[in-house]
Design a protein around this ligand. Structure first.
Ligand code: 4GS
Length: 254
């Protein structure tokens, strides 16, 4: 998978590429991460990339010529890539969108600065608008890096452990189960006994119950929008019965 980021701050992408899983994936040729400097595509002597808005008002707008030039140059090198603008107007990025983008041959990620990009770019040269969330950044670069990181780790061979991505939160619509490592007792708090037992079936059951518990307590809306298998239904029924008993015992008290 090839990622090309169009930005006035290519150094941000250069340093991102030099650490952790992204660096390893680049070195292992699973992905490539390149940045094109929008300034290099400016058409004037001073390499200006912004200008004042027609109709007046505060703030500056990205000029269309450098953005168009950079998109066309990137698309020439990777004609099958999807051309994405990072913008709060876009559909909101999540793990489903990450999976969808991981199936693309390449991504051209256009980073706006200032108030935004000239509308004619959005209409003519962009395939897809993506937002990383309902808040305003000062540039699209962090959004592009978020997307590269989430997409890259879905590409086979980019993570150390072969199945690490499958076990993550959201891989099956649930949050991850709780995790523990040594020591067995930390500041008086023990690790759940079953995890030290070596009973793999019971450990799997405990992890599913823990995942459901984390999801119910922290992100209940994830459970509402999701199918439940029979094991998951059993666990929820068990809790429901336990809670009902507690409330019944309470209501019988004087
Ligand atoms: C986002 C966002 C964003 C919008 C870029 C104002 C500079 C800024 N990009 N998800 N102009 N949220 N972009 O806030 O992607």
């Amino acid at each position: 998978m090839k990622f090309t980021v169009l930005t006035i701050f290519p150094e941000m992408i250069a340093s991102f590429r030099e650490h952790g899983i992204i660096r390893r994936a680049v070195e292992g040729k699973k992905i490539s991460v390149a940045a094109l400097n929008l300034r290099d595509f400016a058409t004037d002597r001073h390499q200006v990339t912004d200008d004042r808005p027609y109709g007046g008002g505060s703030g500056m707008i990205m000029k269309p010529e450098p953005v168009a030039g950079a998109i066309r140059a990137a698309a020439k090198a990777m004609p099958a890539a999807r051309k994405i603008l990072l913008t709060p107007r876009g559909r909101v990025f999540n793990q489903d969108v990450a999976r969808e983008l991981a199936a693309c041959e390449g991504l051209i990620l256009v980073c706006g600065r200032y108030e935004g990009v000239d509308e004619r770019i959005c209409q003519e040269l962009i395939d897809d608008d993506v937002s990383i969330g309902d808040y305003i950044l000062t540039g699209g670069e962090l959004a592009a890096m978020v997307i590269i990181e989430a997409v890259a780790r879905l590409i086979p061979g980019t993570l150390g452990a072969a199945d690490a991505a499958e076990n993550d939160s959201f891989s099956d619509g649930l949050l991850e189960h709780a995790h523990y490592t040594r020591p067995p007792v930390f500041e008086g708090q023990p690790v759940p006994k079953v995890l030290l037992s070596g009973h793999h079936r019971q450990i799997e059951d405990w992890r599913l119950e823990s995942s459901l518990m984390q999801t119910l307590l922290k992100r209940p809306e994830l459970l509402e929008g999701r199918d439940l298998n029979s094991r998951e239904r059993e666990i929820l029924e068990k809790w429901s019965t336990a809670i009902r008993r507690i409330l019944e015992a309470y209501s019988r008290r004087k």
